[in-house]
Design a protein around this ligand. Structure first.
Ligand code: SAM
Length: 221
């Protein structure tokens, strides 16, 4: 099915109104959602599903997160860390990185699966987004570019990846789903000098963070 740009704009407004009804109140976040063409992060044949409030398969056993989930994480980041340099772990489709770019952050993102890294790179290029990206194990962060004002981990970890947390600026925060393979609590880890303070929020279910400071590949299925 092909997808008309006009239809997308209307459906995007409807998605933003739904996010508002679900309790996302930060106007800057809502504006970013109204700006970024989510359908461009979907294959042409699947663009009709782009504005449903649902996660969707993107290949390689991974998903583009539900819009509400992306908005929820972005709203926490915006409140705690309104500007600066942000590292995303788990580029996936590239949509969350594009939302962070639309919010005005300087965006760095890491993906471990080569096919997703390649495809998201094509979309960033088509849309002219200045996202810095890297292929590799994001549980170890991006030491050459640290420190970061914020880190957003879009895959679930069993515990805080300490190497990654160590790349936060003093006062910076990491937003990360922490828990088991089947369900996690959204957690904010704030760096205060050498201390890392945790706060837990709502329950979510993310695909696993697979890497040296995440799950082992053979633990994740
Ligand atoms: N943020 C993505 C988006 O907007 O489409 C959705 C992310 S998807 C829920 C989780 C992603 O994390 C997958 O693409 C997966 O391959 C990636 N991932 C898992 N472990 C990783 C790691 N150690 N380093 C980098 N990426 C990882």
């Amino acid at each position: 099915m092909t997808y008309e740009e006009g239809t997308c704009t209307e459906r995007r407004h409807a998605m933003v109104n739904q996010l508002r009804r679900y309790g996302i109140a930060d106007e800057r976040v809502l504006r970013a959602f109204d700006t970024v063409p989510r359908h461009r992060f979907f294959p042409v044949s699947e663009r009709a599903f782009a504005y449903d409030d649902a996660a969707f398969p993107i290949g390689s056993g991974q998903t583009i997160s539900q819009p509400f989930t992306v908005a929820y994480m972005t709203a926490i980041l915006a409140q705690r860390c309104p500007s600066g340099k942000v590292l995303e772990i788990g580029t996936g489709s590239g949509y969350q990185a594009a939302i962070l770019d639309a919010m005005g952050y300087r965006v760095y993102t890491i993906e471990r699966i080569e096919e997703l890294y390649r495809r998201s790179g094509e979309v960033f290029e088509e849309l002219g987004l200045p996202v810095q990206r890297r292929l590799g194990d994001g549980s170890l962060g991006w030491p050459e570019e640290a420190p970061f004002d914020g880190i957003v981990v879009t895959a679930a970890a069993p515990d805080v990846p300490h190497t990654l947390a160590g790349q936060l600026e003093d006062g910076g925060c990491m937003i990360i789903p922490l828990g088991g393979i089947d369900g996690q609590r959204m957690t904010v880890v704030t760096r205060k000098g050498d201390e890392f303070v945790r706060q837990s929020y709502e329950a979510f279910a993310f695909v696993p963070l697979i890497g040296r400071e995440g799950w082992r590949d053979d633990e994740s299925s």
